[in-house]
Design a protein around this ligand. Structure first.
Ligand SMILES: C[S@@+](CC[C@H](N)C(=O)[O-])C[C@H]1O[C@@H](n2cnc3c(N)ncnc32)[C@H](O)[C@@H]1O
Length: 498
């Protein structure tokens, strides 16, 4: 992550929900419009090429599609307002942080560094998140996107929403649904920030299993669930629909401290009880017992190595029943590739620099000249006042990462993530690899595209107002440009287990 510790308590969650407005996910698939399921960045031609290509995904890395718009660079002159001493102080602090992190990585490995980081992120409470946080717009927006994905893709194919009945302009569901509830596995559940979103899912959840290697986060998730139970499952005094109906019965939730990328999750008895198919290698999964596996803002940690990425997919595919859905969000590799290309083009020697200077030596590119003696070579880096991405070393000129695993960068998010190492997830590689595990792509959109396509939806639009993404009455966005840029670093996805 990032994900802005993208958690929110029950009260932040979707409330009025007219389940009839959303078709169950599989039904949508049949009637989907091309624009909804084939976002621009997900080039249909390159996709079909991939699915027909031989099964080694490492050979099938797609050229990232170009970004439609180039983001504005930092204002010229802004740098000059920071004094040299301040700049040196910032640099020193950054170096200290990096050294500390490198020490942990060297001693215990990346996995422990990530776990340690998430364990240390304080749980600041709802009020702080809603009022004092400088990134409250981003938090709300990320939560809305996660709710949107849950609302769109969590219901089973055979789920029929309860018949609605209009009374006095409000829509009520008629009585409790007899349909079997969903079995949900939340990998990288963190502090349980999505519990409330699952409580508001169109199809009731029967069992929620949350896994995360950060033991402190797991304790916080248990506590959050305990608080939900003591409130009877709903938000503050409001049931699903926000119409003073009793909230749906709170699902059973169990939490375990578990690394889901380095080892098999079949060591957890409950996972085996629900159903886990641990047979053999790729493409041999008959199916597990879960309806949905969710991986919000966490899958990129699995791309440390091919071994981990495959273990992650084995865990996902082994848990999902046929027809089950994998939903989640990760950083957008198209954005990363584009930024890296831009950076490399900027530092490449310009044609005029090739000419010899007066003293007969070759002139260097402008950026190189500005560098002071002894200063390290610049590396690809971008961001704004609230987030920053930085590659520690050289990056490919064409923006295509080879090999596609272990491509580390550091991510910083104001108030939430302190320079944590993450890994590029080259989308084409991930998609091809997922196919090997019988996971077929259904949906792939950047967060800004999710907003553009869903903000008018009868259900998701009003939901965005209740969640603080925009002002009531289709008012202005409560997400700043900086926050929207930070959010656009992510894509949301859904795969089907076939
Ligand atoms: C940004 S947080 C997201 C938490 C939560 N999904 C959310 O959206 O609020 C990323 C989470 O991924 C978890 N994570 C990192 N490595 C993991 C692994 N090997 N297995 C499972 N989860 C992992 C971290 O501990 C952390 O809780």
């Amino acid at each position: 992550m990032a994900g802005a510790d993208a958690t929110s308590p029950v009260e932040d969650q979707p409330q009025p929900f007219n389940a009839t407005k959303l078709e169950p996910a599989k039904k949508r698939k049949r009637s989907r419009s091309p624009s909804a399921s084939n976002p621009k960045r997900h080039d249909a031609r390159s996709d079909s090429k991939q699915s027909n290509s031989p099964s080694n995904p490492l050979k099938r890395q797609r050229t990232p599609s170009p970004q439609p718009q180039v983001r504005k660079q930092k204002r010229p002159g802004q740098r000059a307002r920071i004094t040299d001493a301040e700049q040196e102080h910032i640099r020193q602090k950054k170096l200290e942080r990096e050294k500390e992190l490198e020490a942990v990585v060297a001693k215990q490995g990346i996995h422990d560094a990530v776990r340690q980081h998430y364990n240390a992120v304080p749980e600041r409470g709802r009020d702080w998140r809603k009022t004092d946080s400088r990134i409250k717009g981003l938090r709300s927006f990320n939560n809305w996107v996660k709710s949107t994905i849950i609302q769109k893709f969590s219901p089973n194919e055979d789920f029929t929403p309860p018949a609605p009945q209009e009374r006095g302009g409000m829509i009520f569901a008629e009585g409790p649904s007899e349909i079997k509830g969903l079995l949900v596995l939340d990998i990288g559940c963190g502090k349980g920030g999505d519990l409330g979103k699952w409580q508001q899912a169109p199809q009731n959840v029967e069992l929620y299993v949350g896994l995360d290697p950060a033991d402190v986060s797991i304790d916080q998730a248990k506590e959050r669930y305990r608080q939900m139970s003591s409130r009877g499952g709903g938000g503050r005094g409001r049931g699903r629909g926000g119409h003073n109906r009793p909230p749906p019965r709170l699902f059973q939730a169990e939490f375990y401290t578990q690394d889901c990328f380095g080892e098999s999750i079949d060591r957890i008895p409950l996972v085996r009880d629900v159903g886990f198919d641990s047979a053999g290698g790729p493409s041999r999964f008959g199916g597990g017992g879960f309806d949905v596996v969710s991986m919000m803002f966490c899958m990129h940690y699995a791309f440390e190595s091919e071994e981990k990425a495959r273990m992650m997919l084995k865990n996902v595919a082994g848990s999902l029943k046929k027809g089950g859905r994998l939903i989640g969000c990760i950083p957008n590799s198209d954005v990363i590739s584009e930024k890296v290309r831009e950076f490399n083009a900027r530092i490449a020697p310009k044609p005029e620099d090739e000419k010899s200077g007066e003293d007969g030596e070759k002139a260097e590119s402008k950026e190189v000249i500005e560098r002071e003696e002894g200063e390290a070579e610049p590396t690809a880096e971008w961001g704004n006042g609230i987030y920053r991405v930085r590659f520690p070393g050289k990056t490919p000129e064409d923006g295509i990462f080879r090999p596609p695993f272990g491509q580390k960068y550091n991510y910083f998010l104001h108030e939430a993530v302190e320079e944590v190492p993450e890994y590029v997830v080259p989308w084409g590689v991930f998609r091809s690899l997922a196919e090997d595990y019988n996971l077929e792509l259904q949906y792939h959109k950047s967060f800004d595209e999710v907003w553009k396509t869903e903000n008018d939806d009868d259900v998701l639009g009003p939901l965005s107002e209740r969640m603080g993404v925009r002002e009531r009455g289709r008012g202005p966005l409560l997400v700043s440009d900086e926050e929207m840029e930070a959010a656009s670093f992510y894509v949301a996805f859904c795969f089907y287990k076939v």
